[in-house]
Design a protein around this ligand. Structure first.
Ligand SMILES: *Cc1c(COP(=O)(O)O)cnc(C)c1O
Length: 478
C-alpha cells in the first residue's frame, strides 16, 4: 500500500512517511494509490466495538504491525476519553421518521475533530523514527483545540495553532487561549481561515525553512485533514453508524443509507466516500454548506470559483472557500495531471472547471435564517442541535424535497450545542445574561458537558495575534 501526491510529484511513500510529512513536497495531498480491500465482510464489521472496528478499517491502509495499530486505537478511543460508552452514538429523536443523527461530539473538545485527532498523535509517534515533529495547524475553530488537547505534552512533538482572530465562537476561542501544555503555542491571525490555511501551506513548502529545521533534526507535519493520518480514522464511524442502525433494526444488512455531512474542508465527507468505495452501502453523500456555498455551486455547475464574498456565519467551522480535501476526490475520479492543472488554475486565477461526473454526491445549502429556524423547530420536536448540525439537517430536508429520495438519512452531528451556545440561544429566542452554558442548560434541561464546566476557571495563557505575513517568522523563531 503506497501513497502518492495527488498532483503527481515524484515519489511513492509508505503510510508512515505520508503521516509524518503531512503535505507532499509538490504541494499536493497524499492519496492511496489504489483503494485497498478490507479483510472483513460487512456482516463481521458491524458487530465490532469501536476500537476493533477502527483496527479493522485502518489496517489495510497502514504499514503498521497489528500490535502497533492495536496500541494506537486502544489509547485513542479509551472509554474514559468519551462521554458516551458507544464513543459515537446514533440517535433517532423523531418518532416515525427515517432520520438519524450520528453524534460525533462526545470527545474531550466537544466537536467531531476529536474522532481523528485522538488517534493522530499515536499514529505519528509510531511513524516518526528519529526526527522531532513540529505540527502546524490552521483552524476554523474546532481542529485547533482538538489538536492542542491531543498533542499537549507529547514527547518529541510540538504544536503551533493559528486561528482566525475574529472567526471563531467565544467558546472555541476560550478553549484555545486557555490551553495548557509545555509544547504548545496559539496565535490569532488577522485574516480568515483560508488566509491561515494558505499561510501554513506556504510554510510547509518553504524549502529554506525546511532545511533550517532539518539541520536540527526537526520536521514539519500537519494535524489538518490534509494529513492522511487525520482523514483515514474518519472512515471508521461511517461503518459504525451503519452497524448501530442494523443492530436496532432501523435497516437490514445491505440496505442503503444517505449521509448528510456539514462540510467545510471536505475531510469528513471524503471519509464517507472512502467508506463507500470500501463497500459500505451508501446511496448519496449530501454535502451541506452554509452561505459560503462554493461546494454547492461546484456540484451544480462543475466550476469551483473562490472569487466571491466570504461570509462569517453562525457555523464558523464551515466558513471556508478552499476545501482542501476536494483535491483528493478529484484525484480519485480523474488523474494526477488533471488535478495538477486544476490546482494550478486555482492558484493562478482562484478558479477551475471540470466536466467529471460526481454521482455519489449532492450539494445543498442552508442560509443563516434557515439554520436558526431548523434549530428552533428541531428543539420543538425534542432534539437540541448545534449550528453546524442544523445546516446539515436542513440541507437533508431540501434534498428529500428536491429528489423525493426516501432512503434513510444519517445527519452527521459535528458539535455539541454548548460549543455554539450564543447562537443556539438566539435561535431559540432566549434572552440571556452572563453565562451562556448555564442559560442553555436551564432552557434545555440538559447537563452542561464537563469540558465546558472546567473552562470557567482556567487562566488565559495565549494572547498573541499576528499578521498573515508574520506567520513564517513566528514559526522560525519558535
Ligand atoms: C470541521 C467542522 C466541520 C467541517 O468538517 P470538514 O471535514 O472540514 O468538512 C463541520 N462542523 C464542525 C462542528 C466542525 O468542527
Amino acid at each position: 500500500m503506497k501513497y502518492i501526491s495527488s498532483r503527481g510529484g515524484e515519489g511513492r511513500v509508505t503510510a508512515k512517511e505520508a503521516i509524518v510529512r503531512g503535505l507532499a513536497p509538490d504541494g499536493g495531498l497524499y492519496v492511496p494509490e489504489t483503494m485497498p480491500k478490507l479483510n472483513h465482510s460487512l456482516e463481521e464489521l458491524i458487530t465490532l466495538a469501536y476500537t476493533d472496528l477502527a483496527h479493522a478499517v485502518l489496517k489495510p491502509f497502514l504499514n503498521f504491525s497489528d500490535e502497533e495499530l492495536r496500541e494506537c486505537v486502544e489509547k485513542a478511543y479509551a472509554p474514559e476519553r468519551f462521554a458516551s460508552s458507544l464513543v459515537a452514538p446514533v440517535v433517532t429523536p423523531f418518532e416515525g421518521e427515517k432520520l438519524h443523527f450520528l453524534e460525533l461530539f462526545h470527545g474531550p473538545t466537544l466537536a467531531f475533530k476529536d474522532m481523528a485527532l485522538s488517534i493522530l498523535p499515536h499514529l505519528m509517534k509510531a511513524s516518526a523514527s528519529e526526527e522531532e515533529l513540529l505540527i502546524l495547524t490552521a483552524t476554523s475553530g474546532d481542529t485547533g483545540k482538538a489538536a492542542l488537547e491531543a498533542f499537549k505534552d507529547v514527547e518529541g512533538i510540538s504544536i503551533i495553532v493559528f486561528y482566525p482572530e475574529n472567526g471563531v465562537s467565544a467558546t472555541q476561542k476560550r478553549q484555545m487561549i486557555t490551553q495548557e501544555g509545555s509544547n504548545v503555542k496559539v496565535y490569532g491571525v488577522k485574516g480568515n481561515f483560508d488566509d491561515a490555511q494558505s499561510g501554513v501551506k506556504r510554510i510547509f513548502s518553504d524549502s529554506e525553512l525546511n532545511k533550517k529545521l532539518a539541520a536540527k533534526g526537526i520536521m514539519f507535519s500537519s494535524a489538518n485533514s490534509i494529513n492522511i493520518g487525520r482523514l483515514l480514522p474518519q472512515v471508521v464511524y461511517y461503518f459504525y453508524a451503519y452497524g448501530q442502525l442494523v443492530k436496532d433494526s432501523s435497516i437490514k444488512l445491505g440496505d442503503k443509507l444517505n449521509f448528510v455531512v456539514p462540510t467545510g474542508n471536505f475531510g469528513n465527507i471524503l471519509a464517507g466516500y472512502y467508506a463507500k468505495e470500501l463497500g459500505l452501502p451508501i446511496n448519496k453523500l449530501i454535502c451541506a454548506s452554509n452561505d459560503n456555498k462554493i461546494l454547492y455551486d461546484f456540484f451544480k455547475t462543475g466550476t469551483y470559483d473562490k472569487n466571491r464574498e466570504f461570509f462569517c456565519t453562525i457555523s464558523p467551522s464551515m466558513d471556508i472557500l478552499i476545501s482542501s480535501n476536494l483535491e483528493r476526490l478529484l484525484y480519485h475520479v480523474t488523474d494526477t495531471a488533471s488535478v495538477k492543472s486544476m490546482m494550478d488554475a486555482l492558484n493562478d486565477s482562484g478558479k477551475y472547471e471540470t466536466d467529471v461526473k460526481l454521482p455519489d454526491f449532492y450539494g445543498a445549502y442552508t442560509t443563516e435564517v434557515e439554520t436558526k429556524k431548523a434549530i428552533a423547530e428541531a428543539w420543538q420536536k425534542g432534539y437540541l442541535m448545534d449550528t453546524h448540525t442544523a445546516v446539515a439537517y436542513h440541507a437533508g430536508r431540501k434534498y428529500t424535497e428536491e429528489t423525493r429520495d426516501n432512503t434513510p438519512q444519517v445527519v452527521i452531528s459535528t458539535a455539541s450545542p454548548y460549543k455554539f451556545a450564543e447562537d443556539v440561544l438566539a435561535a431559540l429566542n432566549v434572552d440571556w445574561q452572563g453565562d451562556t452554558a448555564k442559560a442553555l442548560s436551564e432552557k434545555s434541561g440538559l447537563a452542561i458537558p464537563e469540558p465546558i464546566v472546567q473552562l470557567t476557571d482556567k487562566p488565559v495563557l495565549h494572547t498573541e495575534v499576528c499578521a498573515v505575513e508574520k506567520m513564517s517568522d513566528i514559526v522560525s523563531q519558535f
